[in-house]
Structure formats: structure tokens, C-alpha cells
Ligand binder design. Structure first.
Ligand code: G3H
Length: 546
């Protein structure tokens, strides 16, 4: 990512640690060279080129700040990744493989065992989340715990789904059993901001429904998946979970070209999703479940409780440095409360603690995407050039990967910040007199994920709710935008998503309804009875999972 030259602040430079001040518990045991990838149930040694894994956490040395390369991972070739794909294709076996034909309760057993092994590796994974993407320790722990909870909830939801399917139905003289079946080989690609949780919100439902998997960890957040390779190998039959590493364009494009991917589970940019889908030679064979870009707005009405709105907007726009797809990325504030809002918001943002992810009460940490501070500086400069000012004193200064959150106001349609998804700690504020301004912005936006509205008058809020629910997929009242709880549907309109994720929706998204049916007569009745009684089929079965 290119960008404007960034200012260098000595105050920010001092936030980076020297080697000695890194707490023992957070220190990595040494350089991590991942030489393995998982294919066909084996950890295979990669003997080709490697990619460096650089941490956004620089270290102060006698000669200045030093970048730390914490490890390496394979940089696979197209050929190698196609070989891995073949392992997943074989394990699926056109639906005849051990995994897609296994009983639901056995599959649940495998996933449960995997979750247990993942729990045992918590410390290693959390430490790598900290080093690879600079997530604070409490947030990294939350990400892992939330993922384990997601797995438990998915198991419960699948039990419910299976119970509903464990009976025959008779309609118009036809006896049938209707269940959900897998789709085939699923390619799972997660994002860097939730490299564990969001990868698993697609991988786990795809897996437990009987699909076989090729997973490529996010570009940033690769090594943190390493501690799970043995767990995949030991918990699942060979070829059910396989991993690839390297440059997306080099290895993922050819996987799509092969036409052997049946499901694309992807969370990332709209542009990459479009490119990948376009490359599949049989578009109707491919099912896509996508979580994409978003620029969720907050709208503050004249009667908003400003103190509450400030609290929610700070969280909404700046938690994990604004790097959340659900983040509030533009704030529309009615002119009746703009001065009060800006002054309180700036004070609250100035109080946010910048520092290293392991430090107490730190919320703003270094940015992992190379070139991001330059890009954000460019957005700030563009807004200032077109008449906005940086409202908070320290806003917009940077040093290497550290960038001080900047509030920009008044932001207008001429500015890039009015339109672009900044995905970082820059908060554009648009004062308005007429509600048509935010409404038209929502209507014209290429995205349609969520919105937050702040107000106290039920009548005014209701007037906004009805038009907005038809533009986005979640309207939050007096609360920031967010994905959770994971039982709620998470999706978006326009360029923001395809398909719906939630614990139960995801099971449906990664499977298809299929049925076995026969005309009702004595001969057919006795055939069905024999199959069920003698337990000859996992599909045609009335077994009930308790
Ligand atoms: O990056 C997008 C995530 O799904 C956001 O999840 O709202 O729980 O932070 P969250």
C-alpha cells in the first residue's frame, strides 16, 4: 500500500519497546520457521521458497527502531497448491469419501476433539496474534475464546438441525427424508483483522457439514495457524483439512481456475472476491459465502444523548484501531449537537492510550498492513486540503507503524474520506442540518452492512428505522455497529456480503437440502424400514442425537 510520507514523532517512537522491556510471557521462543503444510493428513515439508513474517511491533535498538522478522512460512507455487487441492478433492471423493458420508454425530465428535486441542494451544495462538497483527492481549484472548464458543454453539445448532431431519415425512403419497448435505470442496480464506475467528466462522460450519477444506491463512496472521496443524491432522480423516500458504494471486487464482472449488468462503475485500469468482469456469457450481467491505455510518439526531453517543462512537470507530469491517467509518452529526459532540469526542479520543498490545489499558496499537500510515496520512491531507481540520490535538501524527487517531471535520463529498473505507484510525465527521444528507449517503453508498442511529425520541427514531432496514442489514439504536452475538444474522447488501453468517445460518450456507423419496406402497415401505432398522445408511436414518 503506497501513501504520503509520514511525519516522524519522537513521542511515538518512545512507545516501541526495547528487547528487555518485552514481558517474558509475550516473548516468542525464537525465530519461527514454518516449513510444513498440511495435505492428505500429513505435515509435509516445503522445500521451495519462503515468505518472511514481519511484525508491526518494532523494537528500539542503539541505532534506532528495528523491524522484526519473527518467522517464515512457505511461499507455495501454483503447482504445489493444486496438489493440495487434489487431496481435498480425493477426500471428498465425489461425495463418497469417509467425511461426507460419516454420520453427523461422528463428525461432531471430530470437531469437538479438535476444539479441545485448540484450547490447549491458547497461549501460543494468543502470543502470535499479538506479534503478527498487534492485537491487544485482552482482545486476542477474546478472539480465541469467542472462537471456541462459536465451535460449541455450532455443534449445538447442528444437533438441532439433525434432530429436525431425523424423521420421515409423507405428503401426497410420497414418503421422504429431507436433510442437509455437503457441497464439496470449500476454499476458506479469512481476513487479517480477525485471522482466527473469522477464518473459523467459515471453516468450522463448512467442515462440520461434511465439506472438505483447503484453507489459506490471511496474508497477515499466518503463523498463528501453525499450532493447529497437528490438531487438524489428528482430529480429522486424511485430506479433510488441507492448508496452502503464499501469495494469493499466485496460489488462489489457479485453484479457482481449476473449477474444482465448490464453495468459496471468503472474508476480505470486495475487489479480491470479484476477481476470484470471475476465475471459476463454472459459475453455477460455485457457492459463495462472502463478508466484504463496509463503511458503516453513525447518525446523531438533534436529541441524541451525546455522552452515550461519544462512548459508542469511540468504541465503534477505534476499537482495534478502526480495523473492523463493522467499524463506524463515518459520523453524521446534526448541527444542533456538533460542537458539543466534537469537543467531547476529541477529549475521549485524546485519552485513548497508545502503546504495545501487552500494556495495561492500551487500545491503540501499531498497524500491521505495510504502508497503511502513509495511506491514512494521504486521506487526512486530502481532507485538510478540501477544508476539514484535524479536531484532536495529536491526531494524524505517526511513526513507522504507529498512527495517532485523527478526527476530521467538517468532511464533505469532495473528500476521499467521504467515500473510501479507511479501515484505520481516522474518523470523518459530517455535520448536517437536513436528514436527507445521511439518508442519501446511505442510499448512494456501494456498501450496505449496518448503521447506528443515536436519538431519544421514539417517533424520530422510528421514522429512520423503516427506510434504513431496507438499505442495510442491521440498524443499531444508541449502540455501535457489531457482528455479535454470533447467534444473530450477519450479512450485508450491495457490495458488503453474499450469504448470511450466524451460528445456524452458516450451517445452511455451507450445505444444501437433499432428500430421499419414494412412492408410498408396501414394497417401498418395507425397503425403507429395512434400511433404517439394519442401520445401512447414515442419511436414511431416524437416529436422534441427544
Ligand atoms: O471485521 C469484522 C468483524 O466481523 C467484526 O466483528 O463487530 O464483533 O468486532 P465485531
Amino acid at each position: 500500500m503506497e501513501g504520503a510520507p509520514v511525519t516522524h514523532s519522537t513521542h511515538l517512537e518512545a512507545l516501541f519497546p526495547d528487547q528487555e522491556s518485552i514481558p517474558e510471557l509475550i516473548r516468542l521462543p525464537g525465530f519461527i520457521k514454518q516449513t510444513e503444510f498440511l495435505a492428505d493428513g500429513h505435515l509435509r515439508e516445503w522445500d521451495g521458497p519462503f515468505q518472511n513474517v514481519e511484525s508491526p511491533l518494532l523494537v528500539r535498538t542503539a541505532t534506532g527502531l528495528a523491524r522484526t522478522v519473527i518467522g517464515q512460512a512457505p511461499r507455495m507455487t501454483a503447482e504445489a497448491s493444486l496438489t493440495v487441492l487434489e487431496a481435498a478433492v480425493r477426500a471428498y471423493g465425489s461425495g463418497r469419501g469417509a467425511w461426507p458420508t460419516m454420520s453427523v454425530s461422528e463428525r461432531i465428535g471430530c470437531v469437538g476433539r479438535f476444539a479441545g486441542m485448540m484450547r490447549d494451544r491458547k497461549r501460543d495462538i494468543v502470543r502470535l496474534l499479538v506479534w503478527e497483527i498487534a492485537k491487544t492481549v485482552p482482545d486476542a484472548e477474546k478472539e480465541l475464546d469467542r472462537t471456541l464458543q462459536y465451535i460449541d454453539d455450532t455443534i449445538d445448532a447442528l444437533k438441532d438441525l439433525d434432530r429436525a431431519g431425523s424423521r420421515f415425512t409423507i405428503t401426497d403419497g410420497i414418503i421422504a427424508q429431507i436433510r442437509r448435505a455437503p457441497l464439496g470442496v470449500a476454499l476458506c480464506l479469512g481476513p487479517y483483522n480477525y485471522p482466527l475467528n473469522e477464518t473459523f466462522t467459515i471453516l468450522i460450519p463448512a467442515l462440520i457439514m461434511g465439506n472438505t477444506i483447503v484453507c489459506k491463512p490471511a496474508k497477515l496472521g499466518v503463523l498463528l495457524h501453525r499450532p493447529l496443524l497437528e490438531a487438524y491432522r489428528d482430529a480429522f480423516p486424511p485430506g479433510v483439512v488441507n492448508t496452502v500458504y503464499g501469495d494469493g494471486e499466485t496460489i488462489i487464482g489457479p485453484l479457482m481456475d481449476s473449477g474444482k472449488i465448490d464453495v468459496l468462503g471468503f472474508i476480505g475485500s470486495t475487489k479480491v472476491a470479484d476477481t476470484l469468482k470471475d476465475r471459476h469456469p463454472q459459475p453455477h457450481r460455485l457457492r459463495s459465502i462472502l463478508g466484504l467491505g463496509a463503511k458503516n455510518p453513525a447518525i446523531l439526531l438533534p436529541d441524541a444523548d451525546v455522552e452515550l453517543a461519544v462512548r459508542e462512537c469511540v468504541q465503534g470507530s477505534l476499537s482495534y484501531n478502526g480495523q473492523r469491517c463493522t467499524g463506524l467509518k463515518i459520523l453524521f452529526v446534526h448541527r444542533a449537537v456538533i460542537d458539543q459532540f466534537l469537543s467531547r469526542f476529541a477529549t475521549a479520543v485524546e485519552q485513548l492510550r497508545l502503546g504495545m498490545p501487552w500494556e495495561d489499558r492500551v487500545t491503540i496499537t501499531p498497524l500491521p498492513v505495510p504502508g497503511k500510515p502513509g495511506y491514512l496520512t494521504e486521506l487526512v491531507d486530502d481532507a485538510v486540503r478540501h477544508g476539514a481540520r484535524v479536531v484532536n490535538d495529536r491526531g494524524g501524527t505517526s511513526c513507522e507503524t504507529m498512527f495517532t487517531p485523527a478526527i476530521l471535520s467538517p468532511v464533505t463529498p469532495e473528500m476521499r474520506l467521504y467515500h473510501e473505507e479507511q479501515f484505520g484510525p481516522v474518523v470523518p465527521v459530517v455535520p448536517f442540518d437536513d436528514l436527507r444528507v445521511p439518508i442519501e449517503w446511505v442510499e448512494k453508498s456501494r456498501y450496505g452492512q449496518q448503521v447506528s442511529i443515536f436519538g431519544t425520541d421514539p417517533a424520530h427514531l422510528a421514522e429512520l428505522i423503516d427506510p434504513l432496514v431496507n438499505q442495510v442489514c442491521r440498524v443499531n439504536i444508541n449502540s455501535q455497529c457489531q457482528r455479535g452475538p454470533d447467534a444473530f444474522p450477519f450479512t450485508g447488501r450491495k457490495d458488503s456480503a453474499e450469504g448470511t453468517l450466524s451460528v445456524s445460518d452458516a450451517l445452511r450456507a455451507f450445505s444444501i437440502r437433499t432428500l430421499v423419496a419414494t412412492k408410498e406402497c408396501d414394497a417401498n415401505r418395507s425397503i425403507l424400514s429395512a434400511i433404517v432398522r439394519e442401520r445401512r445408511s447414515n442419511f436414511l436414518s431416524t437416529d436422534f442425537i441427544f
